[in-house]
Design a protein around this ligand. Structure first.
Ligand code: SF4
Length: 321
């Protein structure tokens, strides 16, 4: 059974981790809850940190003449400066994290779907495709760390992709601490199919760094490798690339399989490409052949078990109850 290091994940504190919302409640979040014992959470509530207290009057973003302000209409307070200062200071000292899960629609933590207003009064909404003050700093200061909105993580494919990224980055962090060239080579070997699923070009660059590792030395090679991998993780898993990984694995069994088995696999792959089944369907077929033919190279590939089984189960559902 594969062992999984714990990813270090930032989560907005109100996502089931404390009663810190403006009205003194917490929000039950099934993804944060499921990740529970599998990750090390780092958490903060920016609004509490800037002294707004719990409970508090709600705040909103008001944008006039191109200037955005974070204001508390009930008191007339403008907390923009405080929030900017807190966010920069906090993120600057946060250290390495493998991912962020941020509360959606929040004028502080939201990433993509926050409302902006042209005035503090009701009925002055300018739309809802904006970022919150803290969320915007996360995107700006940590562009190569996977970040997701809690709402988007309810989608099985987006969630599966996010889990793959955070557990891979955690494995890399663990590998880095050992500072051994052979571990870097082994990391690359075992992650080939998984990384290929994020894009062939990026995977090619990683292969180049791994091949050049002796010339670069461990520190430099690990730094370059991590930079390329984080860049690659700015992509989601594209179906074409994932199908490429699956076809690559399928190639190992061409001689051993019967015509009907091959046909069934290719049909399942097509169903995956057409959105009728999740990647777990063709991947499980390949895995059954890995076991049947005792294919050692593929058995070691993280692609087949990128994160703990309990979380893989959840990938098959669109919503986690
Ligand atoms: S969304 Fe962010 S600022 Fe708002 S309550 Fe949650 S953690 Fe605090």
């Amino acid at each position: 059974m594969r062992k999984f290091p714990k990813p270090r994940v930032f989560a907005s504190r109100c996502l089931g981790l404390a009663k810190c919302r403006y009205n003194g409640v917490t929000i039950k979040n099934s993804v944060v809850n499921a990740l529970g014992e599998h990750v090390e959470f780092v958490t903060v509530c920016p609004e509490v940190e800037i002294g707004l207290g719990v409970p508090r009057e709600p705040i909103k973003i008001v944008s006039k003449a191109g200037k955005r302000k974070l204001v508390q209409p009930a008191t007339g307070l403008d907390v923009s400066g405080k929030m900017e200062e807190f966010s920069e200071g906090y993120l600057g000292k946060l250290g390495e994290v493998d991912g962020f899960i941020l509360k959606g629609r929040s004028p502080s933590c939201g990433l993509f779907d926050v409302k902006e207003y042209s005035g503090v009064e009701r009925g002055t909404s300018r739309g809802k495709n904006f970022s919150g003050f803290f969320g915007k700093k996360v995107m700006g200061m940590c562009p190569n760390t996977p970040w997701e909105d809690e709402g988007r993580l309810l989608n099985g494919e987006i969630r599966g992709c996010f889990f793959k990224k955070i557990f891979t980055l955690a494995r890399f962090r663990e590998m880095k601490q050992k500072r051994k060239m052979k571990d870097l080579a082994e990391f690359h070997e075992k992650h080939k199919l998984l990384l290929l699923a994020f894009g062939q070009e990026g995977m090619g660059k990683l292969g180049g760094v791994a091949a050049n590792r002796k010339k670069l030395g461990f520190e430099e090679a690990a730094k370059e490798y991590e930079m390329e991998m984080r860049r690659l993780f700015r992509n989601g898993i594209c179906k074409k690339s994932a199908a490429n990984s699956l076809m690559h694995a399928f190639g190992y069994f061409k001689k051993g399989l019967g015509r009907e088995e091959k046909k069934f696999f290719l049909q399942t792959l097509e169903e995956y490409m057409n959105g009728k089944v999740l990647i777990s369907a063709p991947r499980s077929l390949i895995w059954s052949w890995v076991l049947r033919f005792d294919e050692e190279y593929l058995r070691e590939q993280v692609f087949f078990e990128p994160y703990p089984k309990e979380l893989v189960m959840a990938e098959n559902r669109v919503y986690m109850g």
